[in-house]
Design a protein around this ligand. Structure first.
Ligand code: NAD
Length: 335
């Protein structure tokens, strides 16, 4: 009986069938060993019929945003994966928890720390697990860097550089109410994560500067680019930047006896790494498949997820501190 239970693939329902669900998560769910695409939640009848045909989904596992709460009675669905615009994460995570489902929430977890707290509480009250879509924790080059940091393979870190910029963006990502901000919320969050996982420490203060706007008419209420500097314990400095105007993709750490670098560092594939000694040659994996399988295993074996809601909450807290530093021009201490 126990064996049967652990071998059962858990059913995942994707909420929001946009680019990330269609381009990355659904294909990854063809590769997963411990979970599968069991259902969808979409506001589009056209997408519902296309996904139903492509993924052989029964009508009973197809929901729209008004029928979503009745997913509570659906035994095929164990996990709800919220892949909606940022401002909608909190509502749908809480509704999923109230429906008695485990939840994966895309990054950034929410727009405010208060919302993160409500999401964590809702999952705890429902006795369900909450994880954030931090796929890089399951990526071999990233894991190797985390291990270098832990083992002090290159001595004590002095300087971290974390940079993530995309040449353009569109749609709800330009709308402050839906995105919560500009590139910081969307791609800069990877730099926040990178500095945390490579040091294994939490920043104690931040300064930040908004970059000049090349397209002020498109970036009315949000930054087009920004730079920020975290100060970590032991005098470690992290210099970070993020943009919707320029492309870059780097995580580099300089230690007392060598350096490591990933570039690209945050991509879905093709991550490349080198150190002051060697070029890293590690396998390419499907990050999203590994991430979802790990969550399914965590649920089945009743162990914690390495990427819990609390980790997402800390990032949101840091994103808010960066914006505060950017707006005030002051050094913000992070409690
Ligand atoms: P997208 O715009 O392609 O998809 C969003 C989906 O939400 C669409 O299907 C849209 O129809 C639906 N939606 C429902 N209500 C909406 C509304 N009121 N306004 C706009 N859209 C609405 O976006 P995406 O790139 O798939 O991103 C979705 C989430 O996934 C974001 O939070 C993003 O940060 C995250 N994401 C994560 C990664 C990653 O690598 N972990 C990569 C891409 C996106």
């Amino acid at each position: 009986m126990e064996k049967e239970k652990s071998e059962k693939k858990l059913g995942i329902a994707l909420v929001g069938l946009g680019k990330y669900s269609a381009g990355q998560l659904a294909p990854a769910l063809q590769e997963t060993q411990h979970c599968y695409l069991a259902g969808i939640v979409t506001g589009s009848a056209l997408k519902a019929s296309e996904w139903k045909a492509r993924h052989h989904l029964p009508d009973t596992n197809i929901y729209d945003y008004t029928t979503f709460d009745s997913i509570a009675g659906n035994k095929d669905i164990d996990i709800v994966y919220v892949v909606l615009p940022n401002s909608m994460h909190a509502e749908y995570v809480i509704r999923a928890a109230k429906a008695g489902k485990h939840v994966i929430c895309e990054k950034p977890m929410a727009l405010t720390v208060e919302d993160c707290d409500r999401m964590i509480t809702a999952c705890k009250e429902a006795g369900k697990m909450l994880s954030i879509g931090y796929r890089l924790h399951f990526e071999p080059h990233t894991r190797e860097l985390i291990e270098y940091g832990r083992s002090k393979r290159f001595g004590e870190w002095n300087l971290i550089r974390a940079e993530n910029g995309m040449g353009s963006t569109e749609g709800w990502r330009l709308n402050k109410e839906m995105a919560g901000g500009g590139p910081l919320m969307d791609v800069g969050i990877y730099c926040v994560q990178g500095t945390r996982y490579i040091t294994g420490l939490e920043p104690i203060s931040v300064t930040a500067q908004e970059g000049p706007k090349k397209s002020p008419e498109r970036f009315k209420n949000i930054e087009e680019s920004l730079s920020w500097q975290f100060e970590f314990p032991n005098g470690i400095i992290a210099q970070c930047k993020s943009s919707y105007a320029d492309e870059y993709n780097l995580l580099r750490a300089e230690g007392s006896s060598g350096w490591v670098e990933l570039s690209p560092a945050y991509a879905y594939n093709g991550i490349k790494g080198k150190t002051s000694e060697i070029n890293l040659s590690l396998p390419e994996v499907n990050q999203q498949a590994k991430q979802m399988d790990d969550f399914a295993i965590a649920i089945k074996s009743n162990r914690p997820t390495p990427v819990p809601g609390e980790m997402g909450r800390q990032d949101v807290k840091l994103l808010q501190a960066i914006y505060q530093a950017m707006k005030t021009g002051e050094k913000i201490m992070i409690g």
